[in-house]
Design a protein around this ligand. Sequence first.
Ligand code: SF4
Length: 373
Amino acid sequence: MAEVPSSRIITIGGYDHINSVVLGGKNPVALQTMWKDSLSASDITGSSGSAALERIEGLAGLGCRLLRFAVPDLDAADVLGELAAKTAMPLVADIHFDYKIALRCLDYPIAKIRINPGNIGKKERVIMVLEKAAARRVPIRIGVNAGSLPADLRKKVEAGAITRAEALVTAAERELEIFDEMNFRDVLVSMKASSIRDTLVANRLLASRTDVPLHIGVTEAGPLIPGVVRNAVAMHTLLAEGIGATIRVSLSDTMEQEIIAGREILNAAADTEGGETVNLGVTIVSCPRCGRNSFDTHGFTEKWQNYLYSLDKNITVAIMGCVVNGPGESRHADIGITGAGNKVLIFRRGEVIRTIDASEADDAFREELQKLL
Ligand code: SF4
């Protein structure tokens, strides 16, 4: 397999109040997700506005570094622009069909624009967007989707003249030519398909031909379990080959689940390579539970998961159902909790430090956790 050249480095955000995210080269792979609902003016004012900002903060706490929004019209561009003025999270405007929406977004502190070459229209329009983005130093992602290929490429795929992966790469390269002509360097590419194979072939091919950083992921990947499996297989394969500067795990589930899935994929990829796990905070180990359990590991894990993942601390937390495999199997855990008959034990590195009733489990766990933070 041809060696993948190191990708160029691109900085997103980093001006005014907006966090900076550096992508490409040897920089950490950045996690992102996409807002799942339409955004209206009422969503960013009053208590709704606070709720939206709180949710964005929660996503940042989980490890989200970029947050994308669909921008279907000019009103949505204005709403997103106002939201961008209120948060440190770099916001990405996702634009299909109408270049004027991209131009409007660039009037605001939007950190990145995503355009779809399959439907953004004529070259002159793309050039207008590039000129304004260059003036404002806003990077652009060329986001090619197998489901919305340019018409001529779609027909070639249907006729069997080229593969879907070749069509994805050709669509991206056509657009990249315009960027090169304009000497617009702050560009990323994504080529997404619901097929793992097409995703792999397309990304490998483009990565062997360009130093443009790639945003990788499998699109329309399905609900939580199939979606995580498909994305994990594709991302792990590509990341192991040095391909991928940023990832999004597309799921028919919440944004929080997408981020948690993404960080677990990154940690697993690092673990497989024999390296250090990525500095992404808490690692949760929890038992699947069986007939020996005397502690509701599922309920406890669900209740604590998002809080634990939001902690900026590299620790391992074990949540176990019984003493058979509790402190012993989780000896490496910085803190753990397990059932033990009609009691609950809290342990640290295999040593039991508290024995409590189940009704006290949350409070005692919180107290002991605080001592590690
Ligand atoms: S820790 Fe105990 S309850 Fe959990 S799976 Fe293992 S044996 Fe079963």
